[in-house]
Ligand binder design. Structure first.
Ligand code: SF4
Length: 291
């Protein structure tokens, strides 16, 4: 496999074959993200991608899922993505789902008809980091998309029949915007109504704008129980038709997971008990946390 630099994938793609179709992220400006700062964005030549697919075909049916890397690979043109998906379908017929990272920019460039073509060619799931529903937070982190565009993205993916997995980021508004970040994110998630939501916890990474803001005192990360308070607000104030809601990523202090709305009362009960206790021994120790 030709993997340029560090490769990232969602936790739920841990057992997937990782095929890198782009290098880096076409946006590469989010203030908290250092994943691709060392990479100049580019699409990889189809011949290179095809060689990786051939290599996987020679190994045989070891993976039944594929994840297309890097950061926002859905930004590739529909025609190139179709070539890639068709090559996977032809050479790896045992693959049952193909996933990719995408956001408002990627989906905004594609019509529902194009997205449906991608779905028909095997694209099953798009992982989309919205981070926040609050306009001021989105501006400060330079997310580059609006809440309204997120709602449109959700609508288009739903119409195309592609599963939408949405990621929100606890703590990204800092102490100053913590309450409005949590409330606006709950409101946006409700409007988007995706089948999967993951709430991750911000970890400040060196050499990012948010790290510099933290150093200057401009940004203050909420404390552990403040972060759980944000999570509580997102669970309490969101209204989903049917959503698997997870906050069990390596970055989270208190792993929770449930189906909303069914498990809302149970999740809130657990969060309230821990928040009220202020007992840090109930939380994941810092050394066990990951990005
Ligand atoms: S968070 Fe996502 S969109 Fe933003 S810079 Fe990182 S990879 Fe790119």
């Amino acid at each position: 496999m030709d993997h340029v630099g560090n490769i990232f994938r969602p936790p739920s793609e841990a057992s997937s074959l990782l095929i890198q179709v782009t290098v880096g992220c076409s946006h590469n400006r989010c203030g908290f993200c250092a994943m691709y700062r060392d990479k100049q964005f580019r699409g990889k030549p189809f011949e290179q991608i095809e060689a990786d697919i051939c290599e996987a075909a020679n190994i045989g049916p070891r993976f039944n899922r594929v994840f297309l890397c890097d950061g926002d690979a859905l930004i590739l043109s529909t025609s190139k993505l179709l070539r890639i998906l068709n090559a996977i379908r032809e050479q790896l017929p045992w693959v049952v789902r193909i996933g990719i990272y995408g956001d408002t920019r990627c989906v905004g460039k594609k019509s529902v008809a194009e997205l449906t073509e991608l779905r028909d060619a095997g694209l099953g799931i798009v992982y989309h980091g919205i981070e926040s529903g609050d306009a001021e937070v989105l501006r400060r982190i330079d997310k580059g998309g609006t809440a309204a565009e997120c709602v449109d993205t959700a609508r288009k993916l739903w119409q195309a029949g592609i599963t939408h997995s949405v990621i929100a980021l606890l703590g990204v508004g800092g102490v100053e915007l913590s309450a409005q970040h949590a409330r606006a994110t709950a409101a946006l998630l409700s409007q988007m109504d995706p089948p999967y939501v993951a709430a991750l916890t911000l970890t400040i990474v060196a050499d990012t704008p948010i790290a510099a803001a933290q150093q200057s005192g401009e940004f203050v990360l909420p404390g552990k129980f403040g972060l759980l308070g944000e999570l509580r607000t997102m669970v309490a104030e969101s209204g989903f038709s049917r959503c698997r809601f997870s906050a069990n990523h390596a970055s989270n202090y208190l792993p929770i997971r449930g189906d909303l709305p069914r498990d809302k009362a149970a999740l809130l009960q657990m969060l309230d008990r821990v928040i009220k206790s202020r007992d840090e021994s109930l939380l994941k120790p810092e050394f066990l946390r990951g990005l």
